[in-house]
Design a protein around this ligand. Structure first.
Ligand code: OAD
Ligand code: ZN
Length: 246
């Protein structure tokens, strides 16, 4: 079966790089983007330029974030996160590349420097001008007091969740490290991503082109199934559950 073949490939590999999308966190209660009921089915994304130039867009963006607060606060690592953390502790996984912003790889035991966050992190905030970071509690208090999304106390530019929006520059250091990891692994496992958002979706292909075996685990077909060595079109928790160790 697919899981057995995955087990063999994991056993044979020296360096495994997992690449994760929103599908790994749905069993943790966090909706993905493009499934029925997904976030982009409910709300259109707010592009970076709009956030930067419109107070109304900033207020809307923060209202959406606060509406998700209980969901993010309650979320605990799922079987997928825990399986990857086991392989990390076993020394097989040097780091995880993720499009996710939910901090659950860190919560599962990955050191922060071994979580390559291509799209940032929604558990804290950052000024889009000077980069000053803020706690979400501070943003919330200011929002409640002023009735509007706050600006940076250092440079007066807007404060945003520390995530990457459409139209925003990708983080350079993360892109570089993800490139190196993709080039240097011998097994690359794409987990729970529709693989439609670029440049992130370029990494599975890059790994494959550099000689790694490519596995795709996703319950729906993805854009890159045709170049994969193994496609497991099945639930992630059930597929990776057997690899949760100590
Ligand atoms: P998507 O919502 O595009 O894809 C998630 C995939 O996971 C879907 O194909 C689902 O079928 C699958 N899935 C969900 N739950 C699953 C489960 N339990 N088992 C197996 N498969 C499951 O999410 P991403 O690919 O992560 O970026 O989205 C990529 C980027 O688009 C995000 O990082 C975000 C978004 O716009 C930005 O906003 C910049
Ligand atoms: Zn600032």
């Amino acid at each position: 079966s697919g899981v057995e073949r995955l087990g063999d490939m994991i056993a044979e590999a020296k360096t495994i790089v997992p690449f994760t999308g929103a599908g790994i966190s749905t069993e943790c209660g966090i909706p993905d983007f493009r499934s029925p009921g997904g976030l982009w089915m409910r709300n259109r994304p707010i592009p970076f330029d709009e956030f930067a130039t419109s107070q109304e867009a900033r207020d809307e963006s923060w209202r959406r974030r606060f509406a998700m607060e209980a969901t993010f606060a309650a979320a605990k690592p799922g079987r997928g996160h825990r399986a990857l953390a086991s392989l990390y502790r076993a020394g097989k996984v040097p780091a995880v590349i993720t499009q996710n912003i939910d901090n659950l790889h860190q919560a599962s035991g990955f050191a922060a420097e071994h979580v390559i966050e291509l799209h940032g992190n929604t558990t804290y905030a950052r000024c889009i001008g000077c980069g000053q970071t803020y706690q979400l509690d501070w943003v919330k208090r200011r929002f409640e007091e002023d009735g509007a999304a706050p600006d940076c106390t250092v440079c007066d530019e807007p404060v945003k969740t520390a995530t990457i929006s459409f139209g925003q520059m990708m983080p350079e250091d993360e892109m570089q490290r993800a490139t190196e990891l993709s080039r240097d692994c011998d097994l690359f496992i794409a987990i729970g991503s529709s693989l439609v958002v670029w440049p992130a979706a370029g990494f599975p292909m890059m790994a494959k082109n550099c000689g790694a075996r490519l596995v795709i685990i996703n319950r729906e077909p993805t854009e890159q199934d045709d170049i994969a060595d193994l496609v497991i079109r099945h639930d992630i928790g059930e597929t990776l559950g057997p690899f949760v160790g100590n």
